[in-house]
Each structure stands twice: as C-alpha cells, then as structure tokens.
Design a protein around this ligand. Sequence first.
Ligand SMILES: *[C@@H]1O[C@H](CO)[C@@H](O)[C@H](O)[C@H]1NC(C)=O
Ligand SMILES: *[C@@H]1O[C@H](CO)[C@@H](O)[C@H](O)[C@H]1NC(C)=O
Ligand SMILES: *[C@@H]1O[C@H](CO)[C@@H](O)[C@H](O)[C@H]1NC(C)=O
Ligand SMILES: *[C@@H]1O[C@H](CO)[C@@H](O)[C@H](O)[C@H]1NC(C)=O
Ligand SMILES: CC(=O)N[C@H]1CO[C@H](CO)[C@@H](O)[C@@H]1O
Length: 678
Amino acid sequence: MLLSLLITSSILGIGFAAPNPAAHVVHEKRGTAANLLRRRVEPDALIPVRVGLKQSNLDSGYERLMEVSHPSSPNYGKHLSAEEVHSIFAPAEDAVNIVKDWLIQSGIDVESILDYENKGWLAVDMPAHQAERLLHTEYYESDHTDGRVRIGCDGYSLPAHVSQHVDFIKPGVKLSPPLRKRTVERRDAFHGRHGIPHMKPPHWPGWTLPPAAHGLPPDLQNCGVNITPVCLQALYDLPKPNLKVPGNSMGVFEDFDAFSQVDIDLFFAKFAPWVPQGTTPAVLSVDGGTAPVAVADARNGGESDIDIELAYALIYPQTVTVYQADDLPNSSGETGKNGFLNTFLDAIDGSYCDYTAFGITGDSPSIDAVYPDSLPGGFKGKLECGVYKLTPVVSISYGEAEDDLPKPYVERQCNEIMKLGLQGHSILVASGDYGVASFPGSDNNEFGCLSSATQNGTIYNPDYPSGCPYITAVGATRLYPDQTVKDAESAMQVNLTAFNIETGSGGTSPPLDFFASGGGFSNYFTPPAYQAAAVKGYLETHNDLPFYIANADASNVGANGGVYNRGGRGYPDVAANGAFLTTFNNATLLTFFGTSLASPIFGSVLTLINEELALVGKGPVGFVNPVLYEHPYVLNDITNGSNPNCGSEGFKASKGWDPITGLGTPNYPKMLELFKSL
Ligand SMILES: *[C@@H]1O[C@H](CO)[C@@H](O)[C@H](O)[C@H]1NC(C)=O
Ligand SMILES: *[C@@H]1O[C@H](CO)[C@@H](O)[C@H](O)[C@H]1NC(C)=O
Ligand SMILES: *[C@@H]1O[C@H](CO)[C@@H](O)[C@H](O)[C@H]1NC(C)=O
Ligand SMILES: *[C@@H]1O[C@H](CO)[C@@H](O)[C@H](O)[C@H]1NC(C)=O
Ligand SMILES: CC(=O)N[C@H]1CO[C@H](CO)[C@@H](O)[C@@H]1O
C-alpha cells in the first residue's frame, strides 16, 4: 500500500470513536467535520509515526533577543553562536527521554526509534493497529486526486506527562497550512519584487536647476531629479569608504532576478568611478539559483543590478555577497508556489530545515519550492541545508502581502529571523512600494487592497516580512525637484503615471498612481515592546482613519468598517532615499524608484558602521531596532508626505515614528558615535 505523509484536508472526520481513558489527555482534535468517503487503514499497514517534540523557550525569544540587542541590557552586543541558539530552542533532553520511555513501555523496540539530527523529532514505523492503540485513535485513509493515499485521524490522545512535551504527531489531524486565498497567486517576474524600472532621461524637459543648487559642487546640483552615490553620501553624511574588514561582506538576497556585469560596470564607470571595472559580487547559489546573466536576459530586471551597484558604491573596497535563491521553474513562479525566504533560511541555517514551530516542521510543500525539482531545468540536488554562512548584514528587496501567507508559516519564519538576530545579524527588508496597499492586482484587487463582506478594496494590505518584529523594515524617502541635499527629505510618493506621461516614455504596468513608501500595521503581529511607545505616540495624534483590532487568527480584518489594525506591529522602522536613482539596466539608462533602493542603502550604512566597530574590537550592530527606537535622534526624522491608496488618504508622515518612513533616515556620524558608545 502506498502511504504518504502528506495529509490534506481531503480527509475530514466526525469526532473520534476510540475510548479515551483517564490517564490520557486529548492532544489534538479536529475542529471541523466533513462527510467524505473514508476507509479504515488496514490493521497491518505500516504507518510512519513522527512525534514532533516541543521546542523549549520559544516564548522567550523576544526577551533573549532584547538581552543582546537592547542598549540598556548589560549583555548588549554579546551575540550568541549558532550552536548556543540551537541548544536554547532545542527540545529539553528529558523531553526526548520521556517520550522515548513511553514508546518503549508501550512495547516498541528501542532500536526502531529514530532520533532526527536536531532532536526535534522521534520517528518510528509501526503497524496501524499498534499506532491506534498507542494514540487511542482510528486511522483513516483516502485517495487523493494526485493518485496518492493520505492517512490521518480525527484526534488522538497521549498520557498527560507525554503530552506536555509533544508539539504534534503525524499522521494526525494537522493539515497543510490553511491557504486563505482560494487560488495561490502566481509569482511572476515582478510579483514579489519591490521596485519597477521607470524610464526617464536624467533631466526631463522643463526641469530647471533650483536656486539653492547653484552654490553646490556640480555633482550635487541634480540630486532632486537624479540621485547618485555622491548625493547619498552628502544626504546622510557618509564617509568615502576605504575599509575592508574580513568577514564584513554585505549580503543581498535575490530571487529569479539576476544581475548583469555589463550593467554594474556601466554604473560604476559613470556614477561610482572609485569602484574598479570588473568588480563583482560573490554569488552563493541557493538550490540552483544562478547569476549573473547576459545583459539582455529576461531575468536582468534591475533589482539585482541596483542592489549590487548601491552597495558597492557605498562600501567598496568592502565586498558584496549575493544569495541567489531558487532554481528557475520555482523562482519564475512556474510551480505556482508563493513561499518566500524559507529555502534561503534553510541554506544559511541547517537546523531550520526540519525545525518545528507553530505546528509546522520544515518547509511547507504546498507553499515552498520542493527539491529535488523534477521539472526541466529544475535543481536536481537535495534541499540545501546549512551550506552557507550568513553575512553580518543582509538586505532583502522582496516581499509579498502578509495576507497571502498563513499565519503559522509567517510566525515560524519570523522566529528564525529572531534567531539570526540573536547571532548578531542585521536583516533588512524593503517595506513595499504601494503605500498602504500591496502589489497592484494582489488579492484580486486592481490596487492590491483587501476586501471584506462589507468593504470592496478599501482595507489596507500590510507587507510581509516587514510585519515581522525581528526584521528592520526600510521605507523610502525622496527629494522634490526644487530641492537639494541640504533640504529635508519627504516620504517617497510619486504618481508614476503622470511621471511617464510627462517624459513621454510610456507607462509600465498600471496602476502606478499610488507609488509610495510601504507602511502600516501588521495583522499577524502586535507591536513589540521596543516600539510600543513610538506606535502609541503616533496613533494618539492620528485618529482620522477607521480601524479594527485584529483577532488571534486575523479573521476579522476590516471589522467595523476599519481599514487598518490599530493593534498591529507598525512598519517601517527606518527609511532611506528611494527615488530618481539613475542607472543602467539592459545597458539602457533608466530611473528607478522604490524601497528596493532604500534597503540596500540602509544596509550599506550598517556595514560601514560594522567596519568601524571591528576596528575598535567590537562586534557587529546586530538587530538594530531596539537601539534606534531608544535613540531616535541618530536618524533624520521625516515629517512630510503620506502614502494614500485603497481609496483613502493613507498615513501621514509626522514628527517621531510614523508608518511611512519609520524613525527616519540615517545620520551617519550620530549613528556611528552611538554604536561605538554602546
Ligand atoms: C535588451 O535590449 C535589447 C536591445 O535593445 C533588446 O533586444 C532586448 O529585448 C532587451 N531585453 C529585455 C529583457 O528587455
Ligand atoms: C469592487 O469594485 C470593483 C471596481 O473597483 C468592481 O469591478 C467590482 O465589481 C466590485 N466588487 C463587488 C463585489 O462589488
Ligand atoms: C496620476 O497622473 C495621471 C496622469 O496625469 C492622472 O490621470 C491621475 O489622476 C493621477 N492620479 C492621482 C491619484 O492623482
Ligand atoms: C511635502 O510633500 C508634498 C507632497 O505630499 C510635496 O508636494 C511638497 O513639495 C513637500 N514639501 C516639502 C517642503 O518637502
Ligand atoms: C522564466 C523562466 O525562465 N522560466 C523557465 C522555467 O523553467 C521551464 C522549464 O524548466 C522553462 O521552460 C522556462 O523558460
């Protein structure tokens, strides 16, 4: 008989029949019942029983991260090794023994009990009748449309002293994570990417030099319409880079999109001549990802080009490392998976590959790419686990609507980001480009907004992973054409439809009227303590928008006509320029907008600080949010602009933290001084 561990909602039951003696407690039970054809599993059929052990200390992750990241902690900066982090969260040794003892006392041969490498699981194959007796349940099987047989039960019981150490047992009642969307949206080349190239000559007709620009050096006169590395250095008071400390390469995550050496060389020659021709990042291929590509290749969409160009321009002679994730069938969206980041996290932390948290173990096959990939051109190797070291700083200019991923999936992944923070890594993400909405078209809405029974496309659609409280979400800012680097920046918002019309270069993919710094409030996470006061301060003075308070499973989004979750984690945390970057893509001069620019810029700033810290014998800055919320004066507060969309005015930038530009843009000398003093 062919049995599969994949259990889907195709088998649902009606409460369970076996007796439940007093010594046992119900460990899991199906909530909903459905009338589907079902057969008892043959008593002698071998069932692969997997016992997922409860990880210890999951709920203490936040405190532990604050212990090493909060400036007032005596252990600030004392980051942990991967092994230390692993052992904190691994199941307690006695949990393993208690569950093993129970199995042995139930008549299972000790030799047949296998311990997974990371101690998260015990595995034992046993006949159905034995499993049913052990778990006080009945196993059913059902045929699935793909020809495979799935087995499961309606509920099962465990002795109380065992139950407390068990997360869940497979096969059991666990279904694949509930996808809230009926059909998984295809992730094409641009879906999931923050930043779209927009063509425009550097000086459009009708633009005249602002009066204040006349007194500036020539290379700073055009910054209001043409941001360059020199403009960024002036805006944020960045040093001319000259350090290269071993181990401080800056990481950028790329998926599908790949850079072209021709393009980055053209950029260096024209806008960052201190970076020698031929300078190229180290490329680490994750599960078959490849880079670079030829200049005219369809995968050279601009995202990788700009990430690498900005980072190298700001940190050279320090180097850049590209984590190029996923083989083509998957990264192109061909396999219809909308999973994000898990395969990358597997590659940099082997223990994550089969780590259990929030009821999920390992990648989610219904959501994540599966390797080996049998599709033509697919990666034929095994899923890569722990094959690379993560750089101290990594910038991710990708994301998707939080709503498109199940909450437990997002929680498990966010928890991993917490563990990387414990080890001293800074994980940065672009906060999105459509203001309070997600990508145009997502969630079946032209503008990328959410709907409810009573609201049609008027509910704000928060971004993931920006909503994870352990990541640093970076929003975008801009100068206006009549301004110079001496002026305060505003939140990045621009009507790109009008912009294209003005230059006659034609539209890209509408609607682009509401291109603006992504920001808002997560429906899955509440504000972490480090930002609670900042968020409260903002909300106290901003009462104009209707809101709701999301419940535990975020099933009431849009309740009471509300458009945002007033009880959510606010994002972004910080900001940097994300407008008018002129660069080459497919060897053509284009102008780019988006938080895709802001995240590598902020990551470069942290990398420069890490270099200076290394020189004085200090470790990397690690997870920076607690320090920055405690000392917001090291950032330039952005107080002008807003991010309207979804049929309302969005949020307004204002004094202090706001959900468009966070705490603001870098003031490098102040940041450096602060981090040196900690
Ligand atoms: C790159 O430019 C060449 C020449 O203009 C053009 O033929 C090709 O289609 C372009 N590639 C892409 C992906 O747009
Ligand atoms: C929601 O609004 C769109 C236009 O923005 C319209 O096409 C659609 O039919 C509306 N849906 C419902 C259920 O009213
Ligand atoms: C954006 O610009 C276009 C073209 O000028 C215009 O039709 C549209 O109304 C503008 N959108 C907004 C929201 O102002
Ligand atoms: C403030 O932002 C608005 C757009 O919201 C823009 O038109 C204006 O020029 C900005 N003012 C300053 C001083 O930056
Ligand atoms: C966009 C892209 O490169 N898609 C490729 C995905 O993989 C299939 C088969 O492996 C190719 O035919 C597609 O061209």
